[in-house]
Each structure stands twice: as structure tokens, then as C-alpha cells.
Design a protein around this ligand. Structure first.
Ligand code: C5P
Length: 402
């Protein structure tokens, strides 16, 4: 992504302590970052910290002659190519909605013409108050992007919606807003995680897939401007910015969701570890060990699940369909056979016997296997980078088709 000039407005909430991390993330992507802090933000984060991590002077006051002499507030508003307000307090949202400009932060926010992202953070009751709801709706109508808040434990002791979105999510949303939309107008469906097949009321047959690879692919597709649908098996991973997530549990539920969403999709990536078998019938109640004498066996009858990937490949159309192959030996050969059997456009093969890659790891070493039999081995890379390279390849395949 091209480096941009980002103005970060920090208002006074406890989440302000996370802002230096946001600044560092934005700087790492190459952006120039300047911070404006409100008087109450200074109670939570030190301007000197922000100045150090941003390597730019931090502006605090509208009427400070030295500060205004360096870059006046209108020049600062014009300098910004994007403005992020994080954390955005209820008070700041209210002023923004009403167009009040009574300090440096709100004056700059009224003067700028740059796209605006806000990351609210406040007590759950303040967030759900009709006044805040109305202010957020007004801002949303005006094209302001609202990132978060998330639900969870709040610093004030309450539980509920009000936590500021994590710096990673805020940076991701900003990238989406500013990024090069190479997949704009494209619909991409990604499946992720390991399905769960119920055995009885409490037990499931599961597998070790973490979903990280599929989530990374969905995040990258959204970043490239695709309408992205993530069909996710149970996972604690956060939904990437700009992604529509459909939570499912079983292979049959995944099949329904994937087929429904894939109908008008240009790309489908089946990164999920779909259970090949499910119990023939799930017991409605918990199986009790007391029902079996000690030493006796319990037989579970399993039936084959449909192969979603193979079904998708059999449907006619221009769609690019990508499968994954987790193999423990003869990785490339096994992937070539799988590709021929299922009929997909590309197989991403990974060696699950490696200790430094695969299932729960953040890194992956994959081989991209094409229908012609060609195999491109990628080095061990973070899953986000594997996702980028995979989508570069998918874009080429899509380009060749349309
Ligand atoms: O046949 P195998 O499970 O090794 O193939 C893996 C690929 O097939 C993955 O892309 C997985 O998402 C997909 N798959 C599927 N439906 C199944 C089993 C696997 O779509 N029932």
C-alpha cells in the first residue's frame, strides 16, 4: 500500500494507552502519522510518547502560538489524507455529529475534507444511550466509518459493548479505506477452520485446524476490495475488517452456506478442514459412561460427508475454485492427485508434518499446484504473506478467464 499522511485524533478514554501501538503499526506500513490530543486524552497517554513513536510534533492546543507557528490547524486539516479518531469518546462523537468546534481536535475534524474513521470507546450504557445511537447514525450517514466497539470486559467494571477495536483492526479498516482495490467488484467466498460433528449433546468430532490461514485469506481479499464472505467453523479469531462472516459448525452447514454464497462468486477458496465423516446419528442426550460396563467398547457409526470442493468444481462457470491439501508425506504428488480428482483450479498443499508451520502456527510453507502439474514452492512465510501471494495468483487466474 502507498504511504499516506494520517492524522490521528486521540480523545480522553482509557483505551488511549493503546494508541502508541496503533501509531507504530501505521508507521510500519510506511504512513506519516501526526497526532492531535484533546485535553482529557493527555490524562491517559503522554504526548511525549506519541511524539516519540510518530517522530512528529504532537499538537495539543488551538491557541498555542509556537504550535500554530509550526503548522496551523487548517494546514494540519489539509495535510491529512485520512483522519482516525481513536479512542472516540461519547463526548467527541456528540461534538462531531453536531459540528461543534471548541478545541483543536474538533476544529481540525470540522475543517478536514479527508475520509474519517472513528473507533468509539466508552461505557456500555453510554454506547447504548439513545443520544449516542443518534450521533453514530448521523456520522454513519455522513460517510464516517465506525470501527468497533467490541464487546467484553470494560475498564469501568461493566461487561458489554464499548471496548475500543484493537489497533490491528483499526489499522486494517484504514488500509481498506485507502487501499488499492484490485478485487473491487469481485465476490470472494472463503471457508476456514475445522468443522465439528456432534456425537451427542456435549461431544463433537473435531480437528486441529485453527482457521488462521482462511481468516488471513479473507482479510487480504477484503483489503483488495472484494465483497468477502467468510464461512467459518468455530473459531475465536476476530472477524477481519470488511468481511461478512457466517458461523457454522458442521460440514453439512458449511456446505449449505458455501453453495448459497458461491452462486454469484468469482472466487471460492476452501481453506477449511472439513470433516470427511460424521456420526451417522448424533445422540440427542449425553452418552453416559455408566450405561456401559467398564472395559466394554462403544462403536460410533460414521458416514461420509459430501465433498464441498468437488461439488463446486463440478458446477460449470468461470469461477476460480481453490482447494487446500494437508499432507504428511509425498506432499506435491498427493496434491497433484487431489487436484485431478476434484477438478479445482489450484491446490495449496502444505506439509502438516513440519513443526514450524501448519495447523496452529502463524506461519505456513505451502506449494501451489496447478492443473498442468506445475508446483511453485513458497518459503516459510507468515500466513498473511501466504494469503497475499495466493491472491496474486488467483487474480492472475481470474484475469485470464474474464
Ligand atoms: O480430500 P481432502 O479433505 O484432503 O481435501 C481437502 C480440500 O477439500 C480442502 O480444500 C477442503 O476444504 C476440501 N473439502 C471439502 N469437503 C470435504 C472435505 C474436504 O470441501 N468433505
Amino acid at each position: 500500500m502507498e504511504p499516506r499522511r494520517v492524522l490521528l485524533v486521540v480523545s480522553g478514554g482509557i483505551a488511549a494507552y493503546k494508541i502508541p501501538e496503533l501509531v507504530r503499526r501505521l508507521k510500519r506500513t510506511g504512513h506519516a502519522v501526526r497526532c492531535v490530543v484533546t485535553a482529557s486524552a493527555r490524562e491517559f497517554v503522554s504526548p511525549l510518547t506519541l511524539q516519540t513513536v510518530s517522530a512528529e510534533p504532537v499538537r495539543e492546543s488551538l491557541f498555542d502560538r509556537a504550535e500554530e507557528g509550526q503548522i496551523d490547524h487548517i494546514a494540519l486539516a489539509d495535510w491529512a489524507e485520512a483522519v482516525v479518531v481513536a479512542p472516540a469518546t461519547a463526548n467527541l462523537l456528540a461534538k462531531l455529529a453536531a459540528g461543534i468546534a471548541d478545541d483543536l481536535a474538533t476544529t481540525v475534524l470540522l475543517a478536514t475534507r479527508a475520509p474519517l474513521l472513528v473507533a468509539p470507546a466508552m461505557n456500555v450504557n453510554m454506547w447504548s444511550h439513545p443520544a449516542t445511537r443518534a450521533n453514530v447514525a448521523t456520522l454513519h450517514e455522513r460517510g464516517v466509518e465506525i470501527v468497533g466497539p467490541e464487546a467484553g470486559e470494560l475498564a469501568c467494571g461493566w461487561e458489554g459493548e464499548g471496548r475500543m477495536a484493537e489497533p490491528e483492526a483499526i489499522a486494517g479498516a484504514l488500509e481498506l479505506r485507502l487501499g488499492r482495490p484490485s478485487l473491487a467488484g469481485e465476490r470472494v467466498v472463503v471457508s476456514a477452520g475445522g468443522t465439528r460433528e456432534p456425537v451427542d449433546a456435549v461431544r463433537v468430532l473435531a480437528n486441529r485446524s485453527s482457521g488462521k490461514m482462511g481468516f488471513a485469506i479473507a482479510a487480504e481479499a477484503a483489503r483488495r476490495g472484494a465483497e468477502t464472505i467468510l464461512v467459518a467453523a468455530p473459531s475465536a479469531l476476530p472477524t477481519p475488517p470488511g468481511v461478512r462472516r457466517i458461523d457454522i459448525e458442521t460440514a453439512l452447514e458449511m456446505r449449505d452456506a458455501v453453495h448459497a454464497e458461491a452462486r454469484s462468486a468469482g472466487v471460492v477458496v476452501m481453506a477449511a478442514a472439513v470433516a470427511d465423516f460424521r456420526p451417522a446419528s448424533a445422540h440427542a442426550r449425553k452418552l453416559k459412561k455408566e450405561d456401559l460396563p467398564e472395559g466394554e467398547g462403544l462403536t460410533l457409526e460414521l458416514v461420509r460427508n459430501p465433498d464441498i470442493l468437488a461439488e463446486l468444481c463440478r458446477e460449470p462457470g468461470e469461477r476460480v475454485v481453490v482447494g487446500f491439501a494437508a499432507e504428511s508425506h509425498d506432499v506435491v504428488e498427493a496434491a497433484r492427485r487431489k487436484l485431478a480428482r476434484k477438478g479445482c483450479d489450484l491446490i495449496v498443499a502444505n506439509d502438516v508434518s513440519r513443526e514450524d508451520a501448519g495447523f496452529e502456527s502463524d506461519a505456513n510453507a505451502v506449494v501451489l499446484v496447478s492443473p498442468g502439474g506445475e508446483a511453485e514452492a513458497l518459503p516459510l512465510l507468515p500466513k498473511s504473506e501466504v494469503a497475499r501471494r495466493l491472491l496474486d495468483r488467483i487474480e492472475k487466474l481470474r484475469g485470464a478467464r474474464s
